[in-house]
Design a protein around this ligand. Structure first.
Ligand code: HEC
Length: 173
């Protein structure tokens, strides 16, 4: 209030003072905003080793690969229903990338995934290349069995995979 009073009294300088006041408020406020937002990457603290561990943790384990695989498996199914073969090819390729990246992080799972990567996925690819829904359906059933086989090998049969009955994604033909 004192400051406002003074501004009113010093008519000659009112314009100048007001301008300075507004500028200062703006300047201080923007400074405060910067302080309240932590610097990007500031959470990656500690020694080099600790930093790598922190970043690695964010990539998650095999579960992350499987959440992605689960989504892409469903998309592959609908691609087959839509006869959107390019989209089906794309999803098969991305399932491979998700699983291979997952295995890089969790190599203990690699043995169980061997058959899936070297046989099931290439077979699914072949089915898609036929551009035929009946062939696709058979291929997809085989793929589903192979998903569940790996879950059994990994002693997690409760991850029971079945083809979806509702579409989630907006990609439709
Ligand atoms: C290594 C062999 C392996 C293959 C091949 C595999 N899975 Fe999995 N899946 C796992 C393991 C292991 C888990 C448990 C993840 C964990 O605890 O890290 C899992 C979990 C899941 C989950 C639950 C993920 C979550 O955290 O909610 C889904 C969904 C899933 N799998 C779908 C599939 C589908 C669909 C396929 C086939 C296209 C497939 N999986 C193929 C090993 C496999």
């Amino acid at each position: 209030m004192d400051l406002l009073y003074q501004i009113c009294r010093m008519k000659k300088y009112t314009g100048f003072l007001l301008y300075t006041f507004v500028f200062a408020v703006f300047f201080i406020a923007s400074g405060c905003r910067e302080k309240s937002q932590p610097e990007q990457g500031a959470w990656i603290k500690g020694s080099e080793r600790e930093k790598i561990k922190k970043i690695e943790k964010q990539f998650r384990g095999f579960d992350h690969a499987m959440v992605e695989t689960g989504y892409r498996y469903q998309e592959l199914y609908w691609a087959g229903q839509d006869e959107n073969w390019e989209y089906a090819d794309y999803q098969i390729e991305k399932i491979r990338v998700a699983i291979e990246n997952g295995l890089e992080r969790r190599p203990k799972r690699a043995k169980s995934a061997e058959h899936f990567l070297s046989f099931a996925l290439p077979e699914m690819q072949k089915s898609v290349s036929e551009r035929d829904t009946a062939v696709f359906k058979r291929g997809f059933e085989m793929l589903t069995t192979q998903c569940n086989n790996c879950h059994a090998k990994e002693k997690m049969p409760f991850f029971s995979v079945k083809p979806p009955n509702k579409r989630q994604s907006p990609i439709q033909k």
